[in-house]
Design a protein. Structure first.
Length: 413
């Protein structure tokens, strides 16, 4: 039985979820002097963590997060090694470090502390059960704290619940494209052999990670994060197969000890078609703002959260939080990311459609034409559509694309 109460405090924006995306929305709302409260169901921000925390340094800088405490940054990388299922290695050495691995628990706490310092308030141990509705419009949230159910009115609710969001359906919005769902496993391991400390390792192929890929991300202390996602089958079984049977990964991981293992789904189907309603906006994984190629959702989620905060602030200032007013959010994030999403969705479809043998010949061809040299000066790994346009005039990139199209057309006549 719940003791039902009406909240006494006044809130302009209720953010549901204290993950990085919810906290980043709260940070920008607080900076704009909007009264914002974040509801997080756990007693601490950042736990449990399920993520590899592999992020682009340039994108962090563009989001104003370039001064992360060094204790949170586990490593930086200037190389990526891609392996075919047969073990062929296509290696790209970059001119300078382009990505980093962060401790996700520490990262989430850091973004939340920035939001709090800017004036956002946090209500922990507070689960949003449902939306307060009035004639089809969202007017706040129903929150449980222990045995108390509190009705909290708010002018706008920002849904940052992550992939398991149920609120968007109550607001009348469609969920993410289920065809794009993969099931991830992430393990922290010690006792790894032959770690290349400045390289992220990517293992491609249906035999080890059908519908996605597997990764090995070394930490400076000699431990590593190993993981994969799969569209079908048991991800733990695929991880075992990677560790014991992959021609390259098994050499490194055969004697590794797993210290911690987590499971979590990833949505690769592109953003939900509509991420706003009357008094309501959806950000981050809840809106499937995740890169369909790599499954990275932090950077795009943060970018969208910043836009959502600006649009929400402006709507409240004008006194119009209707769906017609909030649709500017969708327009702005589609302008910023729409092209990249289209290109990455195509790339995901391509990768899913080709056989492991074709993947092997693709990596061999890329090495033969020297594509690694063309990619050596790449700084941005997030905006992959715009990146493609920038380097398409390079002969090796053009040849790579033609070869890729030939394979695609032969696999999809
Ligand atoms: C195995 C794996 C590896 C990944 N690796 C990377 C990577 O290397 N790089 C990258 O960019 N991305 C990666 N991702 C994706 C990344 O983890 C997500 O995109 C990111 O966490 C999305 O942030 P978010 O704030 O939208 O959601 P979340 O991080 O899921 O946060 C949602 C928060 O909302 C809270 N919550 C949920 N419902 C409620 C409720 N009703 N009431 C109150 N609180 C609620 C939750 O407790 C949680 O704290 C990975 C994902 C997986 C599964």
């Amino acid at each position: 039985m719940f003791n039902v109460q009406l909240a006494k405090e006044h809130i302009d924006v209720a953010v549901v979820g204290g993950g990085p995306v919810g906290s980043f929305a709260a940070l920008h709302l607080a900076k704009l002097r909007t009264n914002v409260m974040v509801f997080e169901e756990h007693e601490t921000v950042g736990v449990p963590s399920h993520c590899a925390g592999h992020l682009s340094i340039l994108s962090l800088r563009n989001l104003g997060l370039h001064q992360l405490p060094s204790s949170m940054v586990e490593n930086i990388f200037s190389q990526a090694n891609f392996y075919s299922p047969a073990g062929f290695k296509f290696s790209v050495k970059l001119a300078k470090p382009v990505t980093c691995a962060v401790n996700r628990e520490a990262f989430d706490k850091y973004v939340a502390s920035m939001a709090e310092a800017a004036g956002a308030r946090y209500s922990l141990n507070s689960r949003v059960e449902s939306l307060l509705m009035d004639g089809g419009a969202v007017r706040g949230v129903n929150v449980t704290r222990g045995s108390v159910l509190e009705m909290v009115p708010a002018k706008i609710v920002i849904d940052a619940e992550g992939i398991s969001s149920r609120l968007l359906r109550q607001a009348g919005l469609a969920g993410f494209n289920g065809d794009g769902l993969v099931y991830g496993v992430e393990a922290e391991v010690e006792n790894v052999r032959d770690l290349e400390l400045d390289a992220v390792e990517v293992f491609l192929g249906k035999a080890y990670a059908p519908g996605f890929y597997a990764w090995l991300i070394p930490r400076r202390d000699g431990t590593a994060k190993v993981g994969l996602a799969a569209k079908r089958g048991n991800p733990k079984m695929f991880l075992r197969r990677l560790i014991h049977r992959h021609p390259v990964a098994s050499e490194k991981l055969r004697n590794a000890r797993i210290q911690r293992i987590t499971f979590h789904p990833i949505t690769l189907g592109g953003p939900i078609p509509k991420a706003y309603a009357d008094g309501f906006m959806v950000v981050g994984d809840a809106a499937s703002q995740v890169k369909p190629t790599t499954g990275g959702g932090v950077i795009f989620g943060l970018a969208c959260a910043r836009i959502a905060a600006e649009v929400a602030h402006d709507a409240i200032r004008r006194g119009d939080v209707s769906s017609a007013s909030l649709q500017l959010y969708q327009k702005r994030f589609t302008e910023a990311l729409g092209f990249d999403f289209h290109v990455m969705l195509w790339a995901r479809r391509f990768l899913d459609s080709i056989s492991d043998e074709k993947l092997d010949s693709l990596l061999r061809f890329y090495t033969w034409i020297g594509l690694d040299k063309t990619l050596a000066n790449v700084e941005d790994i997030d905006f992959q559509g715009k990146l493609l346009l920038r380097i398409l005039n390079k002969p090796a990139m053009f040849a790579a694309l033609v070869y890729l199209l030939r394979i695609y057309l032969s696999a999809n006549p």
